[in-house]
Design a protein. Structure first.
Ligand SMILES: C[S@@+](CC[C@H](N)C(=O)[O-])C[C@H]1O[C@@H](n2cnc3c(N)ncnc32)[C@H](O)[C@@H]1O
Length: 200
């Protein structure tokens, strides 16, 4: 399997174009809701091309990390054109240099449905978030409905190959197994796109 870094370097060229209708009609208002009121040191984990950047709160310390230089390049351009201050760094979410309990809040939008090792990602995010901090996941997950599940399983080899996205993850179960406390679980689109707010 082509590694995710190469895949997203390639995808970075057309990511925003393909994502635009979803961004405009589905994701934008949820991103706004997630970021509203966050303060302190905040991590945007798997920042991608920076789709969360327009919603970063002013005068807070935001860090964005990503595996792909191509995606980060676009995030940098977005931050600069919007005049947003964000520290963008290339690294894997599996092993970060941040100390335990560094962040007041962590945001991971469409990260667990992409990473090849969601457990490692969840563990690292848990380690670097403060005890009373919140971790926000916006993720595609495997439906409980048989027909939807079937379709998700059918399309995933294609979406994995083209965009790196896996629609068959059970992120809620992963987080529960890893000992996260689930504060909120909200269906955004059917039961396939979920907002999960967790604490450690
Ligand atoms: C589907 S994109 C989502 C980007 C952005 N969060 C958003 O909401 O549009 C997933 C991102 O995760 C990044 N990624 C994949 N594996 C990663 C890893 N192990 N560590 C850090 N970033 C990773 C990819 O490079 C890609 O930019």
């Amino acid at each position: 399997m082509e590694n995710l870094e190469k895949k997203f370097d390639r995808t970075s060229r057309f990511y925003d174009w393909i994502d635009w209708p979803f961004e405009r009609f589905r994701y934008r208002k949820i991103r706004q809701r997630i970021w509203k009121g966050l303060s302190g040191k905040i991590l945007d984990a798997g920042v991608g091309t920076g789709s969360n950047i327009p919603f970063y709160p002013e005068n807070q310390q935001v860090f964005g990390i990503d595996l792909s230089a191509g995606m980060l390049e676009r995030a940098k351009a977005k931050a600069s054109s919007l005049g947003k201050n964000v520290d963008l760094q290339k690294m894997s979410v599996y092993h970060t240099p941040f100390s335990d309990g560094t962040f007041d809040a962590v945001v991971a939008t469409f990260l667990c449905c992409v990473v090849d090792q969601p457990v490692l990602a969840a563990r690292e995010l848990k380690r670097i978030c403060k005890k009373d901090g919140k971790i926000y996941f916006l993720e595609y997950v495997l439906s409980k409905k048989p027909v939807r599940r079937f379709i998700q399983k059918m399309v995933t080899p294609y979406t994995r190959f083209m965009f790196g996205v896996d629609f068959t993850q059970d992120t809620l179960a992963t987080l529960q197994k890893e000992g996260f406390q689930i504060i909120q679980e909200k269906n955004i689109t059917g039961d396939v796109l979920k907002l999960i707010v967790a604490q450690i």
